[in-house]
Write a protein that binds this ligand. Structure first.
Ligand SMILES: *Cc1c(COP(=O)(O)O)cnc(C)c1O
Length: 464
């Protein structure tokens, strides 16, 4: 079979890529010197590159290919929809069948009275929508001064100017600046920041920062709190068990809106349909994207509860995207949800795959460089540490050792991501037990090689 993507030698493609393509979250000069890896096709959990390497994708792309690669049904639905109605907007008091059907399905799947869907093209846009929704909600309720949204340091809510300000990534803030009325509290990362506190006490303390912030900023100023049920891009930070119940108590007490950013946690990632179900949270608004279409087409949304939707409906909401509810993306998402449900993929991920993955993943904890192995459903992480007994960080700049480890994974045909010196996984939900065994074997080999490399480079040293 001729692959149009393979019509040139790898180096030629790399040269062209470097000449005309700017990569996200990448140092361009470093990449040009090295040459990008060219992915040509994928099936199941396996990617193939232009050199013919078969790589196990333990990140499901960017946390999104929940269904795995290569499902023909999604391609067929997209082709059929493109022929029938490739595009129409939903601005002019119009609608279409894919968006009607998808909205009904999402209302069924989403817990409680989260029944009303506003579409976007990406998770960042959906969070931008959320900022407008909560501010409009309070303005309509006669409290226009309630505009502050509280978020967390090291949260990830997207990369547009508003979404990155909402998120808590300092590197992003430094480049794009902030928007008004966003306030950050600390994250519940016990391993890195808990010092001598017990995880339980630490979880409570971090949650109570929300109450402190509300009291300091003034109850009459705070509109909402936003958080990922489990921080993803921040390094798969699973909060202590005391954390979420206390956050929920505080949101209820002060009647501030709770936004669960489910962009990663949604659609089976944590072992249930939504992270808020696994973590026992009752959000007023959910952000969804990624697994909604398993990445096959760009689509995202905010799901509002009955009360918020009713208030927003009372005014003309001056907001929308050309591709809000795009018919092709909506049709693909609907087909993705059908397969996830009818084939029992979400169900099996939680009841069978997650326990097996947990057991195997946690076995990596006996490696000399690995501490704090944590996993919920099919998202997990561990810390790379020169001394797990003291939860030590490396003396080298954060991410130095993590990057070395990621490179060894890549060399062993395994995609694991590093966030600083934490390694994370988030494989497609359809990963089999055999594939999990391969994942763990490759990870162990990569860790052994990285360990040798770290020692040889004189980096096996704890920070003071
Ligand atoms: C990826 C992500 C986003 C942003 O989604 P994009 O589609 O990249 O804009 C927002 N929130 C969370 C939790 C994410 O992981």
């Amino acid at each position: 079979m001729t692959q149009i993507t393979n019509h040139m030698p790898t180096e030629e493609l790399q040269r062209l890529d470097a000449a005309h393509h700017i990569h996200p979250f990448t140092n361009g000069d470093e990449l040009t010197a090295k040459g990008a890896r060219i992915i040509t096709r994928a099936k199941g959990v396996t990617l193939t590159d232009s050199e013919g390497n078969e790589i196990l994708d333990a990140m499901a792309g960017l946390w999104c290919v929940n269904l795995g690669y290569g499902r023909e049904e999604l391609a067929e639905v997209a082709a059929r929809q493109m022929k029938e109605l490739p595009y129409y907007n939903t601005f002019f008091q119009t609608t279409h069948v894919p968006v009607i059907a998808l909205s009904e399905r999402l209302a069924q799947l989403a817990p409680g009275d989260l029944n009303h869907v506003f579409y976007a093209g990406s998770g960042s846009e959906a969070n931008d929508t959320n900022i407008r929704v909560v501010r409009t909600y309070w303005a309509e309720k006669g409290k226009p001064e309630k505009t502050v949204i509280i978020s967390r340091h090291n949260a990830y809510h997207g990369s547009t100017v508003a979404a990155s300000a909402l998120g808590g990534m300092s590197g992003m803030h430094a480049q794009s600046g902030m928007i008004p009325d966003i306030h950050h509290i600390d994250q519940p990362n016990w391993w890195a920041e808990g010092e001598s506190a017990s995880p339980e006490d630490f979880g409570l303390e971090r949650a109570q920062q929300l109450e402190k912030a509300i009291l300091e900023l003034g109850e009459d100023r705070v509109a909402a709190f936003i958080a990922e049920p489990v921080q993803g891009a921040g390094g798969v930070i699973i909060p202590p068990e005391t954390y979420w119940p206390e956050i929920q108590r505080i949101c209820d007490k002060y009647e501030i809106l709770l936004i669960a950013d489910e962009v990663i946690c949604g659609f089976g990632r944590t072992g249930s349909w939504f992270g808020c179900q696994t973590l026992g949270i009752k959000p007023d608004i959910m952000t969804i994207a990624k697994g909604l279409s398993s990445g096959y087409a760009p689509i995202a949304a905010s799901i509002l509860n009955d009360e918020v939707a009713a208030v927003i409906s009372g005014c003309e909401f001056n907001h929308g995207y050309t591709y809000s509810g795009h018919p092709v993306s909506a049709a693909v998402a609907l087909e993705n949800l059908r397969i996830l449900d009818e084939e029992g993929i979400v169900e099996r991920a939680g009841s069978e795959t997650a326990p097996y993955l947990k057991e195997q993943f946690e076995s990596l904890g006996d490696h000399p460089m690995v501490g704090d192995v944590r996993i919920v459903g099919l998202m997990g992480s561990f810390a790379l540490t020169p001394d797990k007994s003291t939860r030590a960080k490396f003396a080298s700049e954060a991410g130095t050792v993590g990057f070395m480890c990621r490179e060894r994974c890549f060399a062993n045909n395994l995609i694991m991501r590093h966030v600083g010196d934490r390694m994370v996984i988030s494989p497609p939900l359809i990963i089999t037990k055999d594939e999990i065994d391969t994942l763990i074997a490759r990870a162990r080999k990569a860790l052994d090689e990285a360990y040798e490399e770290v020692k040889a480079a004189g980096l096996w040293k704890a920070a003071n």
